[in-house]
Design a protein around this ligand. Structure first.
Ligand code: NAP
Length: 281
């Protein structure tokens, strides 16, 4: 019987239990995936709990994605690049292995023919928080050579630059303040990693205004990793300009599918995962 969980704090919004329990059921794997709220000061106790209760693995979300690393016995290359973990496997000897499947989800959600065209080109990323780390690692995976970070907090942008340059010293990083007038005419892809546009207080806000979006080339790809609503203001503005767009739903599904495969050795059905999220989205 497989025992899986997600840890984070707070966890009210997590879609992961629905997604993974649906895949367990579909593949006839006995076990369960539960949400375990874990306030920051209880992380060490939670690790002990996983060992004592013989869990097989877990997902990690805010605020533990970086802090968890010190409890792990091994990490994969994406984690080395990103400095954050979202998936942990626990083996039969209670050894903990950390992975970052957000990078995989981000990259493989993009249609393959477009991904290939990005090689050697320039990208822009909006935001400099946790998800921006995985997105930046994904952009380097796709071999983009120059990346502009648009954020309101220049110190966080500098941290991201350090992270990238440590492993990819040839990549050029530019910093731009997220203000009204930005020229993106040389970018082939722009990615929103802020919560602007997300259902709730930010829903009516686009991280870029229509004039800035209009500076993008006609074949640019506009990617919003926000998945609820599926058509954010940013996506709406980009579609108005006739640009190719993608929201964060496929990234969410693919990172989950990859985590599931790491724990069980079996590929879950993307369709089943999508259906399991239907009620929430
Ligand atoms: P985070 O670590 O809190 O980072 C958020 C970033 O957005 C920070 O750079 C923050 O700037 C910036 N920001 C927040 N409010 C802003 C505002 N009003 N104006 C300008 N910038 C603002 O959050 P995260 O974990 O990266 O998540 C960000 C979004 O990505 C969320 O909507 C989340 O749902 C989505 N996400 C999607 C997936 C997926 O699979 N599709 C995966 C992960 C995350 P400061 O640092 O200055 O506060």
């Amino acid at each position: 019987m497989i025992k899986l969980a997600i840890i984070g704090y707070p966890l009210g919004h997590s879609l992961s239990p629905a997604m993974h329990n649906a895949s367990l059921r579909e593949l006839g794997i006995e076990g369960s995936y539960i949400a375990l709220e874990t306030p920051p000061e209880t992380l060490e106790k939670r690790i002990e709990f996983f060992k004592n209760e013989k869990f097989n693995g877990f997902n990690v979300t805010i605020p533990h994605k970086v802090e968890i690393i010190k409890f792990l016995d091994n990490i994969d290359n994406f984690v080395k690049n990103v400095g954050a973990v979202n998936t942990v496997i626990i083996d039969e000897n209670n050894k903990f292995y950390g992975y970052n499947t957000d990078v995989y989800g981000f990259v493989y959600a993009i249609p393959e023919n477009l991904r290939k065209n990005f090689r050697g080109q320039k990208a822009a990323i909006i935001g400099a928080g946790g998800a921006a780390r995985a997105v930046l690692a994904g952009l380097t995976e796709m071999d983009l050579q120059e990346i502009s970070i648009l954020a309101r907090n220049i110190e966080k942008s500098l941290d991201l630059q350090k992270m990238i340059l440590k492993n990819f010293p040839h990549i050029k990083i530019n910093f731009l303040l997220l203000d009204d007038n930005v020229d993106l005419s040389d970018c082939c892809i722009v990615v929103n990693t802020t919560p602007l546009g997300m259902q709730g207080k930010y829903e009516d806000i686009s991280p870029l205004n229509q004039d800035t979006i209009a500076t993008l080339p006609k074949n640019a790809f506009v990617y919003d990793i926000v998945y609820k609503p599926q058509k954010t203001k940013f996506i709406e503005y980009a579609e108005n300009q006739g640009l190719n767009t993608l929201n964060g739903l496929d990234m969410l599904i693919l990172q989950g599918a990859k985590s599931f495969e790491l724990w069980t050795g079996q590929k879950p059905s993307v369709k089943i995962i999508k259906n399991s999220l239907f009620d929430f989205l």
